[in-house]
Ligand binder design. Structure first.
Ligand SMILES: [Zn+2]
Length: 259
């Protein structure tokens, strides 16, 4: 697991699994933990990393309801979870789904956890809207398309955008069950303005990016999705993301894009 400081108030931890990112955000005496690393030893280490940086984590945030972003509670069991209304709705409509998928992942990879994942009573945040942290405010922006739910978090004083599962340097755009191609493209349009103001962009999977690289990935992703809409299976994949696994995801996108 890698930890990098993007700003005195922003530390990003990247998991060894899927390069899933977790962003620690501080203002004054309080800090939030946005999304989560995947592996148990990483989650166990996370409180020490926060403490070492003098981040006192008082709350958890999640960009969307995919299970690999919801594990913060293993690191900070007492911190309440704040999520978009769209994410709360998804958790309500799919009760136990995140826990089931986590269990299936753990079983197939021989991973043991200290206990089952608890997600008691998350707090719903206004999206679009603001969320107070210390004396400052985070900006929350809708980010659906990858899934039916989602929010991107803009940290104005650090000029960092944590966007969830968009703008990944390692993964092509993924349209999951419930996601949609047109919503994905609309989210890219929304993110483009924020990327234009950003110093750093933290994708849900992959290393943090500078704004130039993030803008280039955004253009590639838009070109890929436009081609997917026009050409279906024949759409060319972004040049640096053409591995077997990305081709498999592309195959699933072709099916998902038809809905
Ligand atoms: Zn993800």
């Amino acid at each position: 697991m890698r930890a990098v400081g993007l700003h005195p108030d922003v530390v990003v931890v990247t998991s060894r699994f899927w390069q899933t990112t977790c962003t620690l955000i501080r203002s004054g005496e309080e800090a939030f933990c946005l999304d989560s690393p995947v592996l148990p030893d990483e989650l166990e280490l996370l409180p020490a990393i926060a403490e070492q940086a003098s981040f006192r984590v008082v709350g958890l945030l999640a960009t969307h309801a995919d299970w690999d972003h919801l594990l913060g509670r293993y690191a900070f069991p007492d911190a309440p979870l704040g999520i978009a209304e769209s994410t709360a709705l998804r958790l309500r409509n799919e009760p136990g789904d995140a826990q089931r998928k986590l269990r299936a992942f753990d079983e197939s990879n021989y991973i043991e956890r200290p206990g089952p994942l608890g997600l008691p009573g998350p707090q719903t945040l206004p999206v679009p809207g603001h969320c107070g942290l210390g004396e400052r405010e985070l900006e929350l922006h809708p980010a659906d398309g990858h899934t039916e739910d989602g929010m991107a978090v803009w940290i104005p004083w650090a000029r960092v955008l944590a966007c969830g599962d968009y703008l990944s340097p390692v993964e092509i755009p993924m349209i999951s069950d419930g996601g949609s191609l047109s919503a994905y493209l609309a989210t890219l349009d929304r993110l483009e303005r924020l990327v234009g103001q950003a110093e750093h962009v933290v994708p849900g999977h992959g290393t943090p990016l500078d704004a130039t690289r993030a803008a280039a990935i955004l253009r590639e992703d838009r070109a890929y999705l436009s081609a997917l809409r026009e050409q279906g299976a024949d759409a060319p994949l972004p040049l640096a993301r053409r591995t077997g696994e990305q081709r498999r995801i592309h195959g699933e996108n072709v099916t998902a894009a038809l809905h």
